[in-house]
Design a protein around this ligand. Structure first.
Ligand code: BGC
Length: 379
């Protein structure tokens, strides 16, 4: 009995000293993942003085500004010091920023990449310096230096866009009645894994209608290799839409649907449509989008965009912060997907937030009632 007591005490001392060395919770070190153990680690943890480097892709689109602000606010509220950097869609600038964050003593990095495969060396440096990395919204590809991934269900975003088009244009009924509609696709950046997933989601719903002739793509550009838009650029989308309109819609063909993967692309397409003589309200095409940017919601209200995808960046930041706490304080973050996001090196444990379609019918409920925007901002 006495011998058993001594060995139990010894085991407890070992777990405590391993905890002190590794920064992991007693539950993680001992493998006993009980609620009691989690509470103990929560009580004992401290974020004081720890630095979190947050690398965001660009300030050219509203969502990333909100993402950065939310992350900073939430992390600072927990006592972390935050260094927030924006790379303005410049890959080399982002690499330099990550190197700086490492050199300046970051304890953890949160990265929303410009080009998801271009950070392999910088992230290897982080790993070599014992700095854990969380992928924010965009998966970090080809690296084993990433611990967790907080994002939205990216294929789900595409599926919702496809289903919205299917429902609003009554494609199933059109098939029975022998009707057809012209559609063009404006997808995201080829160096962003999210864009690939989104395209897959859109096509999972719409491909059958392209196959049975209910949807007709006059340009013939339906493959992602043809429809992608490098860096999600509004200007590139506008130019491509202008070329498509002049090249394929000059002869009395009317463009009925624009499947756009991002609000910025939708603005570019709208400008191209106006330039080609289309007018809002008068057979203006159904135009989708993503991010529910303030400008997009105003456009939805005025009729130049039909819908967008609302991604509540407050929830994303909240989930990402639990991942930062997990790697720094040995807590358990909430994970709801352990199979989808293979980055070619590992399947990254992920939390997928839920995207929601917003249009003229539900934007008040989804965006104003949830305090995402005020009524005044939308005027
Ligand atoms: C994000 C989208 C965003 C796009 C362009 C993607 O990685 O998931 O929400 O619209 O980047 O910024």
């Amino acid at each position: 009995m006495k011998k058993k007591l001594v060995s139990m005490l010894l085991a407890a001392v070992m777990v405590l000293s391993m905890t002190a060395c590794s920064g992991k919770s007693p539950a993680e070190v001992s493998g006993t993942d009980t609620d009691d153990a989690k509470e103990t680690s929560a009580d004992a943890s401290s974020s004081d003085g720890k630095k979190v480097g947050v690398a965001m892709p660009t300030q050219s689109s509203q969502r990333w500004i909100q993402d950065g602000d939310n992350m900073k606010k939430e992390l600072e509220a927990l006592g972390y010091e935050v260094d927030l950097q924006y790379a303005e869609d410049d890959v080399q600038q982002q690499v330099a920023q990550i190197e700086n964050l490492i050199n300046n003593g970051a304890d953890c990095l949160v990265v929303a990449s410009v080009d998801s495969s271009a950070l392999v060396n910088a992230l290897a440096d982080a790993k070599a310096n014992g700095i854990p990395v969380i992928a924010y919204d965009r998966l970090l590809m080809d690296t084993d230096a990433v611990s967790y991934y907080a994002t939205f269900d990216n294929e789900g975003v595409g599926r919702i866009i496809g289903e919205y088009i299917e429902e609003k244009m009554e494609l199933a009924k059109a098939a029975e009645e022998g009707k057809s509609y012209n559609i063009e696709f404006f997808m995201g950046s080829p160096d962003d894994n999210n864009a690939v997933f989104l395209d897959r989601g859109v096509m999972s719903v719409l491909k059958p209608y392209l196959d049975n002739g209910v949807l007709v793509c006059q340009s013939g550009q339906t493959e992602f290799s043809q429809t992608n838009t490098l860096r999600w650029s509004q200007e590139t989308a506008q130019k491509r839409c202008e070329d498509i309109l002049s090249g394929y819609y000059g002869d009395g063909e009317h463009l009925d649907i624009i499947a756009s993967a991002f609000d910025g692309l939708s603005y570019g397409c709208s400008a191209a449509l106006t330039g080609a003589g289309y007018a809002v309200g008068d057979q203006w095409p159904l135009i989708t989008g993503q991010d529910a940017e303030l400008m997009a919601v105003k456009n939805i209200i005025s009729g130049s965009q039909t819908m967008s995808i609302f991604k509540d960046t407050r929830i994303l930041a909240e989930k990402c912060v639990t991942m930062v706490q997990a790697v720094l304080e040995g807590k358990d973050p909430e994970i709801n997907d352990e199979s989808t996001y293979d980055n070619n090196k590992l399947v990254v444990p992920s939390y997928l937030c839920e995207p929601v379609a917003v249009d003229a019918e539900n934007y008040e409920k989804e965006l104003i009632d949830s305090d995402y925007y005020t009524e005044d901002e939308l005027k």
